[in-house]
Design a binder for this molecule. Sequence first.
Ligand code: SF4
Ligand code: SF4
Ligand code: FES
Length: 346
Amino acid sequence: MSGQEHGGHTRGFELFHIFQELPARSSEIPVAPEPDPTEPVALTVDDRPVEVAPGETILDACRALGVETPTLCHAPNLTPVNACRVCVVEVEGQRTLAPACSRRAEAGMVVRTETERVRTARKVVLELLGSSVDLSLAGRHQPDGGLAGWMERYDADPARFGPAAAPAEAGERDARPTGHHHVPDGSAAETVAQPVKVDNDLYVRDYSKCILCYKCVEACGTDAQFTFAIAVAGRGFDARISTEWDVPLPTSACVYCGNCIGVCPTGALMFRSEHEMRAAGTWDESAQTVTETICPYCGVGCTLELHVQEDQVVKVLSPSDSSVTGGHLCIKGRFGSSFVNEKPGR
Ligand code: SF4
Ligand code: SF4
Ligand code: FES
């Protein structure tokens, strides 16, 4: 072997070690230790002991104890994104507040849900949302009544930021150049108010009610539909849910599965039938029945929840704990039931 070849081997050996050997200290982000899959996890919430299954969250522990915890961006059938932060709790020994919806419960954790810090954080989140977004329908299906109750519980006062700024014209927010931030003059609270987008027969998008929780993006993307018709566009206060190039839905990649409507917590995405009935003052959930049935269109057998008012199917959902659908449907299950509304002689 020549000296040159020998030198080449040596260099190769050194390079191999530089690129292949692990660094002395890991540069990976630390993660919580994997739970023992056989042992329940024991912790305390507000000084009350509770046990949850391995992998369950602080929110699961709170719910097991009946501790009401507000959530907006959480859904049992979606990956947690920690966007709204209304569920935060204090964990003893930890520097920052933890989102209860995604933080896995750990053995020995001491969790507090009603400290001054937690209450202040939830109050400010609610105030910032309430000052800029129409929350009139947000969290309306939560067991504790949703936003109105939370505002009272946390003494939130969205009006302290001043009167709302004037609503944007149709398309105005969509046209704002990314990254241009104009410092407000302080005379009015910034708002996302804008006209409702009605560009198809099946559902409407009222982004005056959007809290940017990302649920619709997840449902349209890797959590359910894999269509990627919508994403978050823009930055800062101008961030918004958008189709590609803000095109109307009928010319976007949307396949009208309506899975985004099924997960939207604020009523920003809504069946057109519900939107029109609300506008006419005829929407009445107390007069509606919900019938669980099986979709008649194909052999998959998706579970449907038909919401019926005055003999008309007005909305179709699917239970998020259905082992067949996980709460998600296709266009036929979601919107194809209205044919039963057409009765001979009508
Ligand atoms: S209806 Fe379906 S495809 Fe269309 S935006 Fe919503 S989730 Fe995406
Ligand atoms: S449209 Fe609804 S689901 Fe989508 S980000 Fe806004 S509030 Fe969340
Ligand atoms: S519900 Fe936990 S961060 Fe939104």
